[in-house]
Write a new protein. Structure first.
Length: 275
């Protein structure tokens, strides 16, 4: 059983929702990232989502776009991201790490070489935003062959056939994009998200994580009543950006925010029927 599967299995038995914070690797400077990952785990994160900086992040809003720019200015690339995961793993052998990025850096390296390097570094899952499952045969085979979980995205507009295809191609969990737009967008319609997650769960045996538009403890607690995982990115990345000129303050500030999310999630009971 992979670390992701084991984590969701344990949390499901405990009746708890996974908290998955996202940060961009190397933002605002490389020395910040690994201590920040440990701080988030210490504050209650169950899974880490680590963004690979990319020059054309089409799914990202302004906060994560700027984070990518800051990280790339320090020479961050895919190899350095994997080195950070390996450094994190030296002190944390248990917390799952999912890397999120775009296909181009993986294609340049080659799927098989990337999968082997990611597994050796201690990566557990990979989200490749711009790769649909219809075109991911070799990629998925390379990841699963290396013991990694490919995680694909579902949208509010995904039909039943698409949901089944994405769930069949994914392992670990599926990522439901909770709104139409980019990361950091507002206007989260909780009733719609709840309905869609319930529908997805009827077609999919994997845990369902919900991301995009979750900006604070109140929204996290609301989504946490029906989702298996709450994924929070832009709200954290904004805090990192606000402290970019005071890097020593980043880990404590983010840990306080993540701790507040954890408390909110643990204080609200899950709805009946959640996996």
């Amino acid at each position: 059983m992979s670390r992701l599967a084991a984590t969701f299995d344990r949390l499901g038995r405990e009746g708890r929702t996974a908290l998955v914070p996202f940060v961009t690797a190397g933002d605002p400077e490389p020395a910040v990232t690994v201590p920040l990952l440990h701080a988030m785990v210490g504050a209650g994160a169950d899974v880490i989502e680590l963004g690979v900086p990319f020059s054309d992040p089409m799914a990202e809003g302004p906060a994560i776009q700027r984070a990518c720019e800051r990280a790339l200015a320090h020479g961050m690339n895919l190899d350095r991201v994997l080195q950070m995961v390996a450094e994190f793993r030296r002190d944390d052998p248990d917390t799952p790490v999912v890397v999120m990025g775009y296909l181009n850096p993986i294609e340049v390296r080659g799927c098989d070489r990337f999968a082997a390097a990611a597994a050796a570094a201690g990566v557990d899952g990979v989200i490749t935003v711009d790769l649909p499952p219809e075109e991911a045969g070799d990629y998925t085979a390379a990841l699963t062959g290396a013991g990694l979980d490919p995680v694909f995205l579902l949208a509010p507009t995904s039909g039943d056939a698409r949901i089944r295809r994405v769930c069949a191609a994914s392992r670990g969990f599926v990522y439901y994009v909770s709104l139409r737009g980019v990361t950091g967008a507002a206007h989260l319609d909780l009733a719609e998200v709840r309905s869609r997650v319930g529908h997805i769960r009827g077609l999919c045996r994997l845990p369902v994580g919900v991301g995009f538009g979750i900006s604070g403890p109140e929204a996290a607690a609301a989504v946490g009543t029906f989702a298996d995982a709450v994924i929070v990115g832009s709200a954290i990345v904004k805090r990192v950006g606000e402290l970019a000129d005071r890097p020593a303050e980043i880990a404590p500030a983010v840990a306080r925010f993540v701790g507040g999310l954890r408390q909110a999630l643990d204080g609200v009971p899950a709805e009946a029927g959640r996996a």
